[in-house]
Design a protein around this ligand. Structure first.
Ligand code: PA5
Length: 435
């Protein structure tokens, strides 16, 4: 099988380097990632492993939910929801649900009382299932939301509530695991050797994605395609490693911000998944690229000015899919009062692609290094491929700056302070701050 993704650099002068100088470092990291048993690298081979049982149980629970509910409420934060939301939004209609799915909404990724209040109000007259997802089983945001929605389900459905609550968590430990066991909730497990932000292709992402109507078999097939190709050690053959090396080279040249940009608004949440993957994997020990994202052409009328000629701190990674499922043609208007007849009968997707080309050239000429990642179609197969591509590139990237891609010690700091404050220990915190 062949590469589904083409990487090009528009302004090669920034990368007038001999990539072969990275070859031995990349090979060493590659062997570590592929062979280590000490890190949570289960996601590397999972797309290649037998998974028919997982697929059939996800599909059968998804069918049950679609039959008995109007809406699935997914409770999770970080890696426990971003991937599902990313794929759902990329592949379901902007307005209304996918013909093969139902509405899937998310909670437990913030602590806004207004959000919870309004979500509950929106559920009136709708049949509901919930899927609570937490690997540790004790993260504050989803745990609080689960407290709310468990009671909500019990009040609405009485004894039948437990049939409508599905827990996705660690196979052995954690508070959520204990609750699920005690109350007989159905469970999906998150493999212990797969960390949160690398877990979208496990039940964490697959169940909500399937309920939303997206073809998870195609998604996993695309990931498998990538898992086979990206097993190559050599930089010439491994596109993910080449992308990792290019971004590392730009980072070393002083470009500290990577701006992921695309021209399809449906990808906004895919951007968020990417941002978390790279930000949490790479940003530690005072190192790492700052991952930022923009949606064009919307943001060309906002942050575009900065990109074109603000502080030269960023490079741009343009993500582009050549074919988008739906399109619309510019109508001919005999009045032509807006002088736009020269575009009549042109497709919007075509005009959008042309604006992408123009933007890339303008930014490159303005001195912004531009990397283009191009795929043929925005569909489940290509997104599965792309997810795997980014995860593999991310692991390589983090090791290139000599940080551990799989931990997140920095996330603990805010939690600690918040818990101190919630436990009424403000005084201790302020005392410490004034020392
Ligand atoms: O990538 C990660 O590990 C994190 O973003 C977690 O996914 C996130 O903190 C949620 O954790 P949990 O699933 O344990 O509730």
């Amino acid at each position: 099988s062949s590469q589904l993704l083409q990487t090009t650099i528009l302004n090669e002068e920034f990368l007038n380097i001999d990539l072969s100088k990275y070859a031995s470092t990349v090979a060493t990291i590659h062997r570590h990632i592929e062979e280590t048993k000490d890190e949570p690298t289960g996601w590397i081979n999972s797309p290649l492993e037998e998974n028919s049982q997982l697929i059939s149980s996800v599909l059968s629970v998804a069918s049950e939910i679609k039959l008995n509910a109007d809406v699935l409420v997914v409770i999770g934060v970080g890696g426990s929801y971003l991937g599902a939301k990313a794929i759902q939004d990329a592949l379901t209609p902007y307005f209304g649900s996918h013909p093969n799915g139902i509405e899937v909404v998310y909670v437990g990724h913030n602590m806004s009382g207004a959000y919870i209040h309004r979500l509950i109000k929106s559920l009136v007259n709708k049949e509901v299932y919930i899927n609570v997802i937490s690997k540790s089983g004790s993260t504050m945001e989803p745990a609080l939301a689960f407290r709310v929605f468990r009671q909500y389900m019990e009040e609405r459905y009485g004894d039948k509530a437990k049939q409508r609550i599905i827990a996705t968590t660690d196979p052995e430990k954690g508070i959520l695991k204990g609750i699920a066991e005690k109350h007989g909730y159905r469970q999906f497990t998150i493999p212990q050797n797969i960390g949160g932000r690398y877990s979208v292709l496990t039940a964490v992402g697959l169940l909500p994605i399937a309920v939303a109507g997206v073809d998870i078999i195609q998604l996993l097939a695309g990931a498998k395609h990538a898992a086979i190709l990206l097993k190559e050690e050599s930089l010439e053959k491994n596109e993910a490693y080449r992308y990792a090396v290019i971004r590392n080279e730009l980072y070393n040249q002083g470009y500290k911000v990577e701006l992921l940009a695309s021209f399809e608004p449906a990808l906004a949440n895919f951007h968020d998944w990417w941002k978390q993957l790279f930000g949490e994997s790479e940003g530690k020990d005072e190192k790492g690229l700052f991952p930022a994202t923009v949606n064009f052409s919307t943001d060309l009328h906002a942050i575009g000015q900065f990109i074109q000629d603000g502080s030269p701190i960023l490079f741009e990674t343009l993500l582009h899919f050549h074919e988008i499922a739906d399109d619309y043609a510019v109508p001919y208007d005999v009045r032509d009062e807006d002088h736009l007849n020269y575009l009549s009968n042109r497709s919007f997707n075509d005009i959008n692609a042309t604006s992408k080309q123009g933007t890339a050239i303008a930014h490159a000429e303005g001195g912004v290094p531009v990397i283009q990642l191009e795929l043929d179609r925005l569909d489940a197969y290509h997104l599965g491929y792309l997810i795997y591509f980014f995860m593999k590139a991310c692991a390589m990237s983090a090791y290139l700056v000599e940080v551990n891609p799989f931990d997140q010690p920095g996330v603990e700091a805010y939690k600690k302070k918040m818990l101190e404050l919630l436990n009424n220990e403000e005084s201790k915190v302020f005392e410490r701050m004034s020392i």
